[in-house]
Ligand binder design. Structure first.
Ligand SMILES: Cc1cc2nc3c(=O)[nH]c(=O)nc-3n(C[C@H](O)[C@H](O)[C@H](O)COP(=O)(O)OP(=O)(O)OC[C@H]3O[C@@H](n4cnc5c(N)ncnc54)[C@H](O)[C@@H]3O)c2cc1C
Ligand code: SF4
Length: 480
């Protein structure tokens, strides 16, 4: 079967069809089509089946990429799905939104030899979308039910991955979330044009059919303390993400028209889902007709600029204080934003927001250069004396990153230990916190990170919980 593979020498890399920028600007639909079967097979056959698969080593989940690429090239899709889903609870989501250029595809050996990487993410998405279409994805049916219950706080990717794994083991799983919908940042952070919401809702439905119970609009801290949940469940997993936005510190940063990225994205996502959002209707969280400046260079900033384009902004500019090479966001998303008409001001930092308490009417920007490396090892941006410019801006969006909330205070659990960054302190092998039977996973442990890492943690915590509960198991309850 090797003759089906190694086609990178004769076949060029192709991504799934991408809609034209002009068309994309007019709606919030996903921008890539799905591969047709012949394209998926052809692209999968470009894999060189390396003895040491660097792609797999650089996938946080250790996905068995060469194997499922080979199975796709051979037309054995159901087997490809079995292999792909063995290590990932939501491959169709990772296939869409992982920054593959920094992970699996970034270390593809044929890319290193100048042939263009195998389109791993697109093939991964294709496999699981086909599995949904064909009905291969069945609700989890544990071979036996266990009496222990696990409470999961947070229905983001980390909590959802853990829920599925624990259900597979037969535990009774209850997921609490303060929002009215499940999915965490997959629903209220990441825009539709990267990840359509029905793709996330389908996963929730799958878990519900698998017996996972969801308790929505339940804010731990307000509706129960951590101790109360711990008393109710055999184990508890905290997967609450990080939501405290880093603030802009400069004159005028408190003016009306200076808004937080997540408020803006949540309003847009809610509107897309059919909710009535007062602040969107009033224009406070709507970019239509405005000159928009987004401050930041990560995924959140990219999502804001591209949302503003789709809302009909007059102009959209992104300010980033380092250069393009040092941007933390995905290179692919930056390129997409540029195609859609976003202007990037590299090496530029906000000095002051002009305007008053009623409205912003511009932003003063300092030009920067890169100096000596800072504590992170990256060259620090340094302001160039006297090099300032004024830009038009009546909406300024702060996308400067997120930090954890004060978890011990929020949960009424002063004994819960945190790190110097406010993230939860855990045993790295089990993800258990200092409170016995209370585990933590995802962004609340790592700080703002990626969906794929949240899934890795959710699976790891589920495995440790399983081990602990099985060790203390009483007689299992027979499956119905
Ligand atoms: C705008 C934006 C774009 C992003 N784009 C990408 C991308 O393209 N690719 C990528 O890989 N990653 C991206 N990320 C990062 C990714 O979304 C996160 O790393 C990931 O969602 C973290 O998962 P989590 O389960 O730890 O937390 P979350 O997804 O944040 O979920 C946490 C859940 O916990 C709930 N919760 C919090 N506190 C409580 C409480 N007290 N009681 C009950 N429930 C609570 C929240 O309501 C939420 O539903 C992006 C992030 C943002 C903000
Ligand atoms: S999960 Fe992400 S990093 Fe891993 S193979 Fe899929 S797209 Fe690549």
């Amino acid at each position: 079967m090797t003759e089906r593979m190694l086609k990178f020498v004769s076949r060029d890399r192709e991504t799934p069809l991408k809609r034209s920028p002009g068309e994309r600007r007019r709606d919030f639909d996903e921008i890539y089509a799905r591969f047709a079967v012949e394209h998926a097979e052809a692209q999968a056959s470009r894999c060189s089946q390396c003895g040491v698969p660097f792609c797999q080593n650089h996938c946080p989940l250790g996905n068995d990429i060469p194997d499922w690429l080979k199975l796709v090239a051979e037309g054995r899709l159901e087997e490809a799905y079995e292999v792909s889903s063995a290590t990932n609870n939501m491959p169709e989501i990772c296939g869409r939104i992982c920054p593959q250029d920094r992970l699996c595809e970034g270390s593809c050996v044929i890319e290193q030899s100048g042939h263009g990487t195998v389109t791993i993410g697109a093939v991964e998405q294709y496999i699981t979308e086909t599995a949904w279409d064909k009905g291969w994805i069945k609700p989890v049916k544990p071979s036996r039910e266990r009496p222990h219950s696990v409470g999961i706080i947070g229905a983001g990717p980390s909590g959802l991955a853990a829920a599925e794994e624990l259900r597979r083991e037969g535990f009774q799983v209850k997921v609490y979330d303060r929002y009215d919908r499940t999915g965490g940042l997959l629903v209220y952070g990441i825009p539709n044009f990267k990840l359509e919401k029905d793709v996330v809702a389908r996963r929730t439905t799958h878990l519900e059919k698998s017996g996972v119970q969801f308790v929505r609009n339940f804010d731990v801290g307000r509706d129960a303390t951590l101790a109360q949940l711990r008393a109710e469940h055999s184990a508890v997993l905290i997967a609450t993400g990080v939501y405290k936005a880093r603030d802009l510190v400069c004159p005028g940063s408190g003016n009306a028209g200076v808004i937080a990225a997540l408020d803006y994205l949540t309003a847009s996502n809610r509107t897309g889902l059919g909710d009535e959002v007062e602040a969107f209707e009033s224009g406070a969280l709507n970019a239509e007709g405005k000159s928009v400046v987004v401050i930041g260079g990560g995924d959140t900033a990219m999502d804001c600029v591209r949302t503003a384009v789709r809302q009909g902004a007059k102009s959209v500019t992104c300010l980033y204080r380092r250069d393009r090479k040092n941007m933390p966001g995905s290179a692919r998303e930056t390129a997409n934003a540029e195609e859609e008409g976003v202007i990037f001001e590299w090496l530029a930092a906000p000095k002051a927001v002009r305007g008053d308490a009623a409205c912003a009417n511009g932003i003063r920007v300092a030009r920067m250069e890169l100096g000596a490396p800072d504590a992170s090892g990256r060259r620090a941006p340094v302001e160039i004396d006297g090099a300032e410019v004024d830009l038009e801006a009546d909406l300024v969006i702060k996308a400067l990153g997120f930090e954890p909330e004060d978890m011990p205070a929020m949960f009424g659990a002063p004994e819960l230990k945190t790190t110097a960054y406010g993230t939860l302190r855990v045993n790295p092998s089990t993800l258990e916190t200092n409170i016995a039977g209370v585990y933590a996973a995802g962004d609340i442990v790592r700080g703002a990170s990626l969906v794929v890492w949240a899934i890795v943690d959710g699976r790891k915590a589920a495995s440790a919980i399983t081990k602990q509960l099985k060790a203390t198991a009483t007689t299992p309850v027979a499956a119905e």
